[in-house]
Design a protein. Structure first.
Length: 418
């Protein structure tokens, strides 16, 4: 007889524990592994304090009188420590750190066994100065409980290309993906491909398609990328046949992905800094995503929507097309995460990927995954309680299975690695 769980408190505690104990795969980040050194591997407290979100918040709260105002150019000219000093002063000393990014700094300090309420930036820096990079990396990944982290690599970038040409090994547990945004800007990418030795012409015609495909083959073999990725906005229209971007998609990228069973990840609205603006972009782009899934049924698409509203539209498309896997949201705030997770569970069960961090600084993995696990734990508790009320009972093994699916299994199966 299966050991069905009857007690609600036991059920809630078990769900919470499984969500926090199960290793996850971070399916999309802006991190790089140790091979990239100071040119790409970004870590440390000052970098955490000067993230885009906190710098934008700083300028909302910086001194207003003209004699004291610091311009963006003046701020950028400061060294990283001086920038971090200003962020700390105006967002942590003169105001309560209520925003998600500011709270994330405090969560990170606590997870590294530093007292957030000490409020001593110099003392925190002193502790960070003693961290050795490789042990610190292993510690961060262990605390965040990550099985693998997917980088977003640009094969057109000079620095990245130099690193990959010199050393194709990867620091475990980093995996590669290939960002193709630059490739789709043919005016910019054509001379770079030509300089790399691929036969492509200035005008994108049939003669250049073979060169593009050979470029994709070269970089897939070199990086062993688990997927290709694109940032998509509301102007994304697969069927604008006169558009060079869409000719590249239809004639090169999509056929190549189908042949090699490489998923294409579409991060919709990632360039927008407003949920309402992003929602409009999402809705327009999702029309093309639906056409994409229908027109290329043998391709696989990982798709992330920006707004929780359009997560419902995305899940509706996923209902009709099994070659689409919704994953996470470009917004790493608990309110948006809870909305996207709840909608995903209600419409798709556990057959989606609830979170990716999008981290650009190593330590962001700590708070973004801690907050995501808290949010997922609360959301799953409510979902299982609703299930419990129907009279259906679950076992510990079933909860373990479901959580494993969401945190790593769905991704691994979708990229054919499980």
């Amino acid at each position: 007889m299966p050991a069905y769980i009857e007690n609600i408190s036991v059920l809630e505690e078990l769900i919470w524990r499984k969500v926090h104990e199960t290793p996850a795969i971070d399916a999309y980040t802006n991190l790089y592994d140790l091979r990239f050194g100071g040119n790409g591997f970004v870590w440390g407290l000052d970098n955490l304090l000067t993230s885009d979100q906190l710098v934008a918040e700083f300028f909302r709260n910086a001194p207003r009188p003209a004699s004291e105002r610091l311009t963006h150019a003046g701020f950028t000219a400061l060294d990283k420590a001086a920038q971090a000093d200003l962020v700390w002063e105006y967002l942590f000393r003169r105001r309560s750190p209520l925003s998600e990014a500011a709270r994330g700094v405090l969560t990170t300090l606590g997870l590294l066994n530093l007292d957030p309420n000490r409020r001593d930036l110099a003392a925190y820096r002193e502790t960070f100065s003693h961290y050795e990079l490789q042990p610190h990396l292993r510690r961060v990944l262990k605390i965040a409980n990550l099985k693998a982290v997917v980088m977003n690599n640009d094969p057109l970038g000079d620095t990245e290309r130099e690193v990959w040409n010199h050393d194709t090994s990867r620091t475990e547990p980093f995996l590669a993906s290939l960002g193709l945004d630059g490739l789709l800007s043919w005016e910019m990418s054509q001379p770079i491909l030509q300089n790399q030795g691929f036969a492509v012409e200035r005008e994108l015609e049939k003669e250049s398609y073979d060169g593009v495909i050979k470029f994709l083959e070269h970089w897939l073999q070199k990086t062993n990328a688990v997927y290709f990725s694109l940032s998509v906005n509301g102007g994304f229209d697969l069927f604008a046949k006169k558009n060079s971007t869409m000719r590249l998609m239809r004639k090169c990228i999509l056929p190549f992905c189908e042949r090699h069973r490489v998923p294409l990840a579409l991060v919709i609205g990632a360039q927008y800094d407003s949920d309402s603006i992003g929602a409009a972009a999402d809705a327009a782009a999702l029309v093309s995503v639906e056409e994409l899934c229908a027109s290329f049924p043998d391709n696989k698409f990982l798709v992330a929507a920006l707004s929780s509203h359009n997560q419902r539209l995305l899940c509706g498309v996923a209902h009709r097309f099994t070659n689409l896997m919704p994953f996470g949201s470009a917004w790493n705030t608990p309110s948006v995460m809870q909305g996207t997770m709840k909608i995903g569970l209600e419409l798709l069960g556990d057959s989606f990927i609830p979170h990716y961090s999008g981290a650009a600084v190593l330590e962001q993995l700590l708070y973004r995954w801690a907050h995501a696990r808290w949010t997922l734990g609360k959301t799953l508790q409510q979902q299982y309680l609703d299930l419990h009320r129907t009279g259906w009972r679950v076992t510990e093994e079933e909860i373990s299975r479901d959580v494993h699916n969401m945190l790593q299994g769905n991704f691994l199966r979708f990229i054919d690695s499980e």
